[in-house]
Design a protein around this ligand. Structure first.
Ligand code: G6P
Length: 588
């Protein structure tokens, strides 16, 4: 996801900007840029691809005496990863970097265009700088305040103008930190860049904004407030992991923010909106085929339940490596959907090419813009999960399922605005829940295997829960439909068989409960995850009571991810880089 840096009052601002961006590299990006005030002008230097490209351009740019500046790494969400779309975005006399999404950018853009103001990028960010210049009448701070009032959505913003030796800043919904070391003032979107430059920092709260010269002038609601300085961490590596033990843990905790980003501007009180789709695209479509691998395949399976039940479109989900060789019947009234975190999975890509060759319309749900799959597909919905480092996919899965839920709402013209927001809320990790799972995990280390069971959408979740566990703990685990256990696997039941039962209150509660009873009667060791307490099983994890199964789904997802991770940690495994696995599988 995007990263922001900025500094003023610093001897060598370009050095901090570049070094700071390097510290944010791990978050993933596809272009980068800086803007500095140099010889009374704002100079902007940008490059697509690695930071090395930006560094080379900066070296050749002939900057004379850069005084202060801002920088950005961009992970494309609105518009392709091109140099024009890279930040900073500039106007006639100022430049801006921005993280987040300006939801009403199209309205603002139209208004400004009517006034004759031109836009060159496809981004939402450009409206910020153009709006600022439009409002500017000699008082930059006033113009900045006016600009903020007009913006809807989420943002962390740094803005500079050639008329002032100042950095204007604001935060709402996206993180921003300001740090001070004497007269030196530094900005960053997470703490890693600041370490070594300053010892204390103010972590901005939503609604805070201000201006920095050799002091930090902080405001909220036009009222001046004092910064509240906290000590910065001292270890860069742990700062990158946000203090978490593993990237996987950080990514599990990030799901709440990432889902907010994923649904921003899409889940609206008036129903689902996808900027990237139009209704015509779906004309003549009677079937959907979803093709994917691994975790993405499991997300696809959830999609089948939702698309058929809500949107009433026949949906088949296929493992890409099977689909590509089985000479499937592909008819033109079928929409071919590929799901991929990386956008580079060879088997998925090949099925996409096959579908295109057969003349099908194609849609990608993908996390990486400009990846092979995105380039190949007719349309793409980006997942906006940010880079995922842990090999075992967590936050990408969450965004895949959420996107499929929104897609099925979109096609069904169904409005589940509230339920979607409720589902996001339950992905906020509760420390007591995590602690309980940590404690429970010690009982689940030495059996002869695991079964995860569930019905309906909780069956694909059982598959995914089992996959998570085997990927990182190397313990054998299977996901099974709860009602199918009696047709064979129940023969394995004994005290050393561990079962994780996903018991939904909202879908087939009594039937799933009976399936659990059958296992308990045969002495299996059962951990039930449910909002309804049942006494008969060995262990129980309580989730929030809700009327919507998808809300249960997202909380149970969290539980299965944390359980797999805690078991793996107890086994002493490298959770982020499990043996034999690769994050992106570009071979067959
Ligand atoms: C690999 C990864 C899995 C992932 C699968 C599909 O096997 O280890 O975590 O689910 O590829 O990857 P994709 O990038 O297409 O979602």
């Amino acid at each position: 996801m995007c990263g922001i840096v900025g500094c003023i009052g610093v001897k060598n601002p370009v050095e901090y900007l570049i070094e700071g961006l390097k510290e944010l590299e791990y978050r993933g990006y596809d272009s980068a840029g800086i803007a500095v005030k140099d010889e009374n002008e704002i100079k902007v230097i940008k490059a697509v691809g690695k930071l090395k490209n930006l560094e080379d351009k900066v070296k050749k740019s002939g900057l004379k005496n850069p005084e202060f500046g801002i920088g950005h790494t961009r992970w494309a969400t609105h518009g392709k990863p091109t140099e024009i779309n890279a930040h900073p975005h500039r106007g006639a006399f100022s430049a801006v970097v921005h993280n987040g999404i300006i939801e009403n950018y199209q309205e603002i853009k139209k208004e400004l265009q009517k006034e004759g103001i031109e836009f060159i990028s496809q981004t939402d960010t450009e409206v910020i700088v153009k709006l600022f210049e439009y409002y500017y009448e000699g008082d930059s701070f006033k113009a900045f305040e006016k600009t903020l009032k007009k913006l809807e959505g989420a943002y962390a913003i740094l803005l500079i103008t050639k008329y002032e030796d100042k950095i204007f800043f604001a935060k709402k919904g996206s993180p921003l930190i300001v740090a001070k070391n004497g007269n030196e003032i530094y900005f960053a979107s997470s703490d890693a860049p600041l370490i070594g430059y300053a010892e204390k920092a103010h972590y901005l709260e939503d609604g805070e904004y201000g201006v920095a010269d050799n002091e930090i002038h902080l405001y909220n609601d036009s009222q001046k407030i004092s910064p509240y300085f906290k000590s910065l961490p001292t270890n860069k590596e742990s700062a990158k992991k946000g203090g978490f033990r593993f990237y996987m843990e950080k990514e599990i905790y990030e799901q709440y923010d990432v889902l907010k980003e994923n649904t921003l501007g899409r889940n609206t009180p008036d129903g689902i909106k996808f900027d990237e789709l139009d209704r015509e695209f779906f004309e003549g479509i009677n079937n959907i085929i979803i093709s994917a691998c691994g975790t993405s395949y499991h997300a696809g399976l959830v999609g089948k339940y939702l698309l058929e039940r809500d949107a009433k479109i026949r949906t088949n989900v296929e493992v890409a490596s099977e689909l590509r060789y089985r000479e499937p019947l592909l008819t033109k009234d079928t929409l071919f959907v590929v799901i991929s975190q990386s956008g580079e999975t060879a088997d998925t890509l090949e099925t996409l090419k096959m579908a295109k060759k057969a003349g099908l319309k194609t849609l990608a749900l993908c996390n990486v813009d400009n990846s092979s799959i995105v380039r190949e597909a007719d349309k793409t919905i980006l997942l906006r999960a940010g880079i995922e480092k842990g090999v075992a996919s967590t936050k990408a899965f969450a965004t895949q399922v959420m996107t499929l839920w929104m897609l099925s709402n979109y096609l069904a013209q169904k409005n589940e605005y509230e339920a979607i927001n409720e589902a996001i809320e339950v992905t906020k990790v509760d420390s007591a829940l995590h602690e309980k799972i940590k404690r429970l995990s010690k009982r689940y280390l030495h059996g002869h295997g695991f079964f995860y069971i569930g019905r309906d959408i909780f069956f694909p979740l059982a598959l995914e829960g089992a996959l998570k566990l085997k990927e990182i703990s190397y313990i054998h685990a299977e996901g099974y439909p709860a009602g199918e256990m009696k047709h064979g696997p129940i023969a394995l039941a004994d005290p050393d068989l561990y079962v994780v039962a996903l018991l939904s209150k909202n879908i087939l509660f009594e039937k799933t409960k009976s399936n659990i009873e059958e296992l308990v009667a045969r002495d299996a060791t059962v951990l039930t995850v449910s909002s309804e307490y049942i006494e008969m099983t060995d262990d129980f994890i309580k989730i929030n009571d809700t009327a919507h199964p998808m809300v249960e789904f997202f909380e149970m997802m969290l539980v299965t991810q944390l359980l797999a991770m805690e078991v793996a940690i107890r086994m002493g495994n490298d959770v982020d880089m499990p043996r034999n696995l690769a994050k992106s599988v570009t071979v067959e």
